[in-house]
Design a protein around this ligand. Structure first.
Ligand SMILES: *Cc1c(COP(=O)(O)O)cnc(C)c1O
Length: 244
């Protein structure tokens, strides 16, 4: 599904600024997790999954969207969530309304709880489909390779070429997808700048870098990898953010 790109008028800035409205992505109130979730859903269908399993915090947009997807298609959904950081949120309310089953556990136990949950479902004869937190992984990256292509199509239609793409960077999948799109297109005439909403350097950037490598490797195109294209800015994070 494509989203709208248009120019922000009346800003009176020296720069011309355009916006891509992925917040309007037409699934479960939109956002980048919705764009990723659509591709995970296709993969889950191809694999004939009959329940969805993922993890995230009580305020996770990703978990809300996966719970919504499962409800839309009548599948059970299991969300593994750390109890230490649990607080009320609208996303949490919606996960419950969508009928997802939340399994609370300690942060240190999330990984084991995922394994146990998947095993239990399989023992019951179900075919669970597991999605990494935040829609991380090559499928999530692929979603933003497609978004990159939409941006290029827009440039062609509008007869312009962007100098920069700025976007919010968290788990790094959005950034990895945009960067892989750029790498695959062979263009070097603009920069992609991820503004960190959570992690610091070098960890935040390293995760993007690894995601770019994983994706190119899956295509057998590691020779295209370039470290230079990954620009991760951690100067605008909230002061109290606990991530490393
Ligand atoms: C997940 C999320 C991000 C970060 O996206 P990543 O692909 O994880 O880097 C940014 N903004 C919002 C609202 C999100 O939910």
């Amino acid at each position: 599904m494509k989203t709208l790109i248009y120019k922000l008028e009346h800003l009176n800035l020296e720069n011309e600024i355009f916006i891509m409205r992925d917040d309007l992505y037409p699934l479960s109130f939109g956002g980048n997790k919705a764009r990723k979730a659509e591709l995970f859903w296709k993969d889950a269908c191809a694999k004939h999954a009959d329940c969805l399993v993922t993890y995230g915090s009580s305020s996770s947009n990703h978990c809300r969207i996966i719970a919504n997807l499962a409800a839309m298609h009548g599948l059970p959904c299991y969300l593994i969530s750390p109890e230490e950081t649990r607080k009320e949120s609208f996303n949490c309310d919606m996960m419950n309304l969508f009928g997802a089953k939340t399994i609370l556990t300690q942060v240190s136990q999330v990984r084991d709880t995922i394994d146990i949950t998947l095993k239990k479902l399989q023992q019951k004869g179900l075919k669970p489909y597991f999605i990494m937190g935040g829609g991380h992984g090559n499928i999530g990256t692929q979603a933003y390779v497609y978004a990159y292509r939409e941006i290029e199509e827009f440039e062609k239609r509008a007869g312009i070429s962007f100098d920069y793409i700025f976007h919010a960077s968290g788990t790094g999948t959005t950034q990895a997808g945009l960067v892989c799109g750029q790498i695959l297109s062979g263009r070097k005439d603009f920069r992609i700048i991820g503004i960190s909403i959570a992690r610091k350097k070098p960890y935040g950037r390293d995760v993007v870098l690894q995601s770019v490598k994983d994706y190119l490797d899956s295509l057998g195109k590691m020779e295209l990898f370039s470290d230079r294209l990954i620009e991760f800015v951690d100067d605008y994070r909230g002061r109290l953010w606990p991530w490393k």
